[in-house]
Every structure is written in structure tokens, then in C-alpha cells.
Ligand binder design. Structure first.
Ligand SMILES: CC(C)(COP(=O)(O)OP(=O)(O)OC[C@H]1O[C@@H](n2cnc3c(N)ncnc32)[C@H](O)[C@@H]1OP(=O)(O)O)[C@@H](O)C(=O)NCCC(=O)NCCS
Length: 201
């Protein structure tokens, strides 16, 4: 249902139901409403939010995760976006981070978002999660490309894209939780991804 002043969601941007995806060390499973309390516990950390866009409320309110979860649940139900909880294989199924994917609307030039609890940083886990979601988008869904972006100062996020074979397209001003910054926009084509993911000969 759409309200009179709300534009209908274009069918061409409709996503499949979020599938369970597996990597060597991770299970990426659909986000669920019961994940909200653990997100409220893990997400509001300066290291996580500093380079996120300034639509993220900061200081993070007590109902921040619940409010965001309601928005995610609606978009998932309407097949507008895929949302995965990142969980450790062989673990207790608890969310340690999140990765999201949506279709190219021709305007936004951004199609993937992710964060991980700092307790798990520096082990290549987001590289692993992002690679699996990228393969889902560019190989399983057959998309021709992915638009990606990050704050220029966000070296780890920059590096995940660089390693995947993405190319910097432009740098533009953007507001982040930490203040004004520069947004780097990248394009990752299916061809570049396939070339980069191939194991070395
Ligand atoms: C971005 C983020 C998800 C990376 O998670 P991670 O699991 O630690 O990433 P990885 O271990 O896969 O590392 C990715 C690359 O970044 C590099 N890297 C990580 N932190 C770095 C740092 N502080 N300085 C330089 N390089 C860094 C890693 O060495 C690795 O590159 P390499 O394989 O060449 O060594 C994590 O830092 C995070 O949650 N940040 C906050 C949220 C965020 O910024 N999301 C992205 C918004 S665009």
C-alpha cells in the first residue's frame, strides 16, 4: 500500500527474499527483529559510527536499534532491500555485524552498507562477508555492476572495495557522524569482480 504522495516502488528494483549465505568462517542470515537488542548493545560505538553518514543519530538513542529495525523489517517485507546479520560459523547465531544490499536506482550511487563490532575487526571477516554478498549480487543476481561508497578517511572500508577490483569514480563533499568529509564513490563491474575473485594461477 502506498499513500497518495508516496511514489510506488519500481518493480525493477525489487529484491529477492534475503537468502542465507555461507563463507569459510561466517553464516550470513536474514536480519530478524529479535536482533535489535544485540544491535543496541554492539552498534553504538564511536569506531563504528564515525564514518557513517550523518543520518545515523548520535548520541545513539536508547530505542535507536528498535527504530532502525522497524524500517529494515518494512523494507525487507516489501523486498526493497536485503539485510544480513553477520554471524560466526559454529557460534551461537548472535549477530556480530550487518551487511545490506539494494538495487541500483540510477541516482543514489550506493548499493551496499556494512559494519562489524570492533571486537572482530582485523581478521578479514568483512572482506569475507562483502565478497560473498558481492558474488550474490554480480553473479547470482547477474547485476552488471555495484555502486559503492565510503568516507575518504575510512581506510578499512576503502581497502575492502579496492581488493574487490572497484574503481574510484568521484569524490564529493558529504556529512558524516564525525562531521563534514569527502565521500568516495566507486564502481565495481561484474567483469572486474570476476577477474579479482579468480584465484591466482
Ligand atoms: C569497515 C569494517 C567493516 C572493516 O571490517 P574488518 O573485518 O576489520 O575488515 P577486514 O579485516 O576485512 O580488513 C579490510 C582491509 O582493511 C585493512 N584495514 C583495516 N583496518 C585498517 C586501518 N585502521 N588502517 C589501515 N588498513 C586497515 C585491512 O588490513 C584489510 O586490508 P588487507 O587485506 O590489505 O590487509 C570495520 O572497520 C567497521 O565496521 N567499520 C565501521 C563501520 C564502517 O565504517 N562501515 C563502512 C561504511 S562505508
Amino acid at each position: 500500500m502506498t499513500t497518495p504522495d508516496e511514489k510506488p516502488f519500481p518493480e525493477r528494483l525489487r529484491m529477492p527474499a534475503t537468502p542465507v549465505l555461507e563463507t569459510e568462517r561466517l553464516i550470513l542470515r536474514p536480519l530478524r527483529e529479535s536482533d535489535a537488542p544485540v544491535i543496541q548493545r554492539r552498534f553504538p560505538q564511536w569506531e563504528i559510527v564515525q564514518y557513517l553518514h550523518n543520518e545515523v543519530p548520535w548520541p545513539y538513542p536508547d530505542d535507536g536499534a528498535a527504530v532502525n529495525m522497524a524500517q529494515c523489517a518494512e523494507k525487507m517485507a516489501k523486498r526493497q532491500q536485503c539485510y544480513w546479520a553477520i554471524t560466526l560459523k559454529g557460534g551461537d547465531d548472535e549477530l556480530i555485524g550487518r551487511i545490506d544490499l539494494w538495487a541500483d536506482d540510477g541516482v543514489r550511487r550506493d548499493q551496499r552498507g556494512f559494519w562489524l563490532d570492533p571486537a572482530f575487526w582485523g581478521r578479514g571477516l568483512m572482506t569475507e562477508a562483502a565478497n560473498r554478498v558481492t558474488d550474490f549480487a554480480l553473479v547470482e543476481l547477474g547485476w552488471p555492476h555495484l555502486w559503492l561508497s565510503n568516507a575518504e578517511a575510512n581506510i578499512a572500508s576503502h581497502r575492502v572495495k579496492e581488493k574487490q577490483g572497484a574503481t574510484v569514480i568521484e569524490r564529493t563533499p558529504r556529512g558524516y557522524v564525525s562531521g563534514p568529509g569527502t565521500k568516495v564513490t566507486w564502481l565495481l563491474t561484474r567483469e572486474a569482480w570476476i577477474a579479482h575473485k579468480a584465484p591466482p594461477p
